[in-house]
Design a protein around this ligand. Sequence first.
Ligand code: CA
Ligand code: CA
Length: 201
Amino acid sequence: MRFYQSILVVVLFTIVSAASANIIVNGSFENPPLINPAASYNSGATFGNWTVIKGDIELINGYWLDAQGIQSLDLNGINPGGVKQVVSTVANQWYKLRFAMAGNTYVAATTMDMEVYWNGNVVDTCHFNTAGYTWSNMGWTYFEYNVKAVSSSTELRFESISTAYSNAGPALDDVSLVAIPEPVTVSFLGLGIGALLFKRR
Ligand SMILES: [Ca+2]
Ligand SMILES: [Ca+2]
């Protein structure tokens, strides 16, 4: 009985991406810190790295408890509004987009509607029904999506399409965008070529 055993070449490549950080700046809307319970920003205005893109929005500090920190947005100031932030991205990189949504609870219960855009394309139309919720229990709900960048710069946009009450709309907080690490890649090169060979005679 003879054994012929080829050399098993195992080449192990391990790619471990560094832990990724949130690349949204001021995703929790804590800046600028407010003295009053609310501040209004009209279309074209900027605040803490966000730009208002339509209508008007209100930065809220104190009308309700937030998902994170002590400030968040009412995307309907006195009219449906929206915000955007342009972030630095890496082409072909996937990211996890995550945010908390609720609704202004100072009007009768209704469904608040918000569109999310990534690079100009609708990611989703999100809905939140405020029934049963109050300022102290907003029911903040997290939404998560995997989105892919196609260039070095990507626009992220949140837009209220809530018209039930023009001055009360979707509440938004705790926005994050984190690069999704490459899976740990283990390549056994040569495993098929120089396969372990047992030959028995
Ligand atoms: Ca916040
Ligand atoms: Ca409002």
